[in-house]
Every structure is written in C-alpha cells, then in structure tokens.
Design a binder for this molecule. Sequence first.
Ligand code: COA
Length: 378
Amino acid sequence: MADGEYKPGLEGVPATRSNISFVDGQAGILEYRGIPIEELTAHSTFLETAYLLIFGKLPTQSELDNFDQAVRSHRRVKYRIRDMIKSFPESGHPMDALQTCVAGLGMFYPVREADPDYVFGTVTRLLAKLPTMVAMFHQMRQGNDPIPPDDSLDHAANFLYMLSGKKPDPWLARIFDTCLILHAEHTVNASTFALLVSASTLASPYSSLATAVGTLSGLLHGGANQQVMRLLRQIGSVENVRSFIEEKLAKKERIMGMGHRVYKVKDPRATILQRLAEELFERYGHDKYYEIALEVERVCAELLGPKGIYPNVDFYSGLVYAKLGIPEDLFTPVFAIARVAGWLAHWREQLSDNRLFRPTQVYTGERQQRYIPIEERG
Ligand code: COA
C-alpha cells in the first residue's frame, strides 16, 4: 500500500455499507433509518427507536408491545453477576465495571446460530440488562443492596428508579428517554467500528459489545461528557470563561464537548439537548453551570468556529444528566445504555453480510537485520 493512501484515524475511509443511520456533517443532519432525529425525539420512545434501528422499521403496536414486554422480562440479572459486582473495587470506574459485566454475561448465554429467536433474545436481554448492571454497581459501591427493577415503570423511568430508589416524575423520565434516543446511534464511530471488527470474527455479541463499551470509555469518545462538567466547574463563573478558554487553547489543550470528526457545524443532538436543558432549568430551577456553558459556546464559536469546531453531543448532555440526579461518573455508562441499540443494529447488519476485517499497514521499520548476540549490544 502506498503511503499516500494511508489516512490516519481512517478519516473519510468507508469501513462498511450501512443503512442504519445517516449523517451530513456540513448541514448538521442525523437520521435513523431515514427519519430525522428531530422527528424521533418529538414522537418516539427509546425502545421504539431501538426497534427501528435494530429491525429496520417502525414496529406495529403489537410488535412494540411484545418487544417492550420482552425487555421488561429480561431486566433482572443472575445472582452470580451480582456477586461478581460485589467484588469490584468501589473506586473502579463504572465503565470498567460495565465492560466486565457485559463480557461476563456472555458466559451465561452461549452463542448460537444467529436465527431470529436468538437475535430477538440477545437484543432484548442486552437492552434490558445494561441499565440494571449500571444501577447495581452504583448501589453496591455505596454499600447498598441493589434496587430491583420495577416492572410497572417504562425503560427510562425504571433506570432512574434503580439509581435513586424514588419513582421519577414522568416528565423527567421522558426527558431522560429523549436523551437515550439522541445517543442511540451514530454511524461508524470508534466504538461501533470496534464492535464491527469484533463481530466480524464471529465473537459472541457479548464480547463484541464489551469491546464497544471499552472503546466508548475513552476521553475522545464517550468519556468527554464527564469531562465537560469538570471543565464547567473548573471555570466556576461566567466572568472566567474567556481567560480560561484562551489559556487552554494557548497551551494547545482541547475543550471537551467541542469539535467532531464529522460535524463541522453544531451537532444537531447538541441543539436538542440544549433545548431539553432549558426546559429542565425552567421547571426545576436555574443552574449556574448552564450560564457558564452558554458563554463557553459563545467564546468557542469566536475562537474555534473558523476551524469548524462547535458543540458536540457531549457538551449539553452532562448538564441535563446532572439535573436528573445522575452522578457524573455514570454519564458515559448512560451513553452506553443508549448506544447499545445502535451497536446491536450494527452487529446484525455485519453478520448479514460478513467479511472478516483485516486491514493492511504501511510498514515503516527496517528490513533484513542481523540478530545481534546480547554481549555485542552496546
Ligand atoms: N478544542 C480545541 N481545539 C480543537 C478541538 C477542541 N475540542 N477539537 C479539535 N480542535 C482543533 C485541533 O487542535 C486542530 O487544530 P490545528 O489544526 O490548529 O492543529 C483542529 O481542531 C483539527 O483537530 P483534529 O484533531 O484533526 O480533529 P478530529 O477530527 O480528530 O477531532 C475530536 C475530533 C472529537 C477528537 C476532537 O474535536 C476533540 O478532541 N474534541 C474534544 C473531545 C470530545 O468532545 N469528544 C466527543 C466527541 S462526540
């Protein structure tokens, strides 16, 4: 392969053909199965959107009822998973706990031929169990017993309930459900690509998902949402924003929650999340960090806008999650709880026309070297 053909980070290199989601980074468009994200957040629910992504069409009422019921029925996890979580260090990052749990789950559900029953069972089980395992780790690291799922609550409300032990205001649960829709899928990003590579080897869906969870945990990917809140706290006040940002940029540091490999305008998900944040603060009280975030956006538009760097999905999501009472180190696991829908859609799509991923490289090392005995080495 010629050096000129090498694209660091595979930027712009198609890794697959897919009909799951569409992004136009110049126009700020995101569609799932052709439906704009704005339509879905206005009218759909996370589970319906997950069905759309995974099975390729909006479900009928009976298909949706059946899917919802199946997910509810899979919410509980085996006591051995709970025992495994009990042995995790309380100080461990919840993303590491989640990755371990997802891989561990695979030992209980042997891989089968990907027939429709196996696919339906795997999909509903993973959608259901990720929220339970995240909430379980959170309760157990505080020395509490896990809060069992409540079958009368929908997907979003049940997760918030397992985290806090309180049934949430349905309006808040709806806001959280909308966040899950926004994070459910985003073409071939780093974690989805990692999942495709793993799935292409015919590794189990659990192993493939564990690969994706691990990849999502990085600071440049899903880990950015946690960093945004840290940044806003460090800045501390609206007056400090400009000097803080200028100083960071002078040191060539990145502003978390800003910039995207694909979007060169404001991420459409950030626009929706900002609206949700505004609705939340209007109803549940003002938040000084929101004012700081608005000023960061203004200053960054001036300083970084000319490079096509604008707020991404992570910029406002942390503010919304914090107001919903979700602890900061659970922001990325919450991203995973949503993205599992997209990952599973890509897992199915990969297997429907599989070819093992095996890229090549541009070799830059030496050739035909002599083995030097150890006593001759300087
Ligand atoms: N803050 C400051 N400068 C940034 C920036 C940020 N968040 N993101 C990109 N840039 C700058 C780079 O320094 C570089 O500047 P230069 O050309 O003067 O050297 C230029 O923009 C291009 O950066 P590059 O690293 O090539 O872009 P990328 O496509 O690889 O970046 C991200 C994509 C997401 C990795 C990057 O924007 C980033 O690190 N963002 C912060 C982390 C984040 O929020 N991640 C969540 C993504 S959803």
